[in-house]
Design a protein around this ligand. Structure first.
Ligand code: RP5
Length: 163
């Protein structure tokens, strides 16, 4: 196994249309200095790509996978079925059911194969990145420092009184 300090995050999504949500995960990881890669991988449109990605993720030094998908969102669960790397699922807001379908598809995994499920849409994408950074930070002091700085800065930004 390679040194844990080199572990990176993979942000994968079912469609190009998910990127407007999932780029918020990328923005946070950039700010915190976590190495990452982004890919479009669809469980139903590109199943072979999904299998090959998940099966090789550990060899490719990926420490956390953020998977965003909408509708019948089986991508996070399918990836988690193939690799034991932690998978964080982001339910992308769908047009018809506003992401409730995505949320339930990702959250309601039967026991045995876990997916850590975040909130629907942009909040979920941002929190998935913060959670991924926190997992990477366990074995990477530089990331831990930057994550704590980011949180302190957020705290300082909250005004005491409304205007
Ligand atoms: C899912 O279907 C994707 O994750 C996306 O959220 C949704 C719609 O995809 P497009 O039809 O916009 O490509 O697979």
């Amino acid at each position: 196994m390679k040194k844990s300090k080199n572990l990176k995050v993979a942000i994968v999504m079912g469609s190009q249309s998910d990127f407007k949500t999932m780029k918020l995960s990328a923005n946070i990881l950039k700010k915190i200095g976590v190495q990452f890669e982004t890919k479009i991988i669809s469980a139903h449109r590109t199943p072979k790509r999904m299998y090959e990605f998940a099966e090789s993720a550990s060899r490719n030094n990926i420490g956390v996978i953020i998977a965003g998908a909408g509708g019948s969102a089986h991508l996070p669960g399918m990836i988690s079925a193939i690799t034991s790397i932690p998978v964080l699922g982001v339910p992308v807001e769908s047009k018809k059911l506003k992401g409730l379908d995505s949320l339930l598809s990702i959250a309601q995994m039967p026991k045995g194969i876990p997916v850590g499920t975040l909130a629907i849409g942009e909040d979920g994408a941002i929190n998935a990145a913060l959670l991924a950074a926190a997992i990477i930070a366990n074995s990477n002091p530089a990331v831990k420092k930057k994550l704590n700085n980011w949180r302190s800065s957020q705290t300082r930004s909250v005004k005491k009184n409304p205007k």
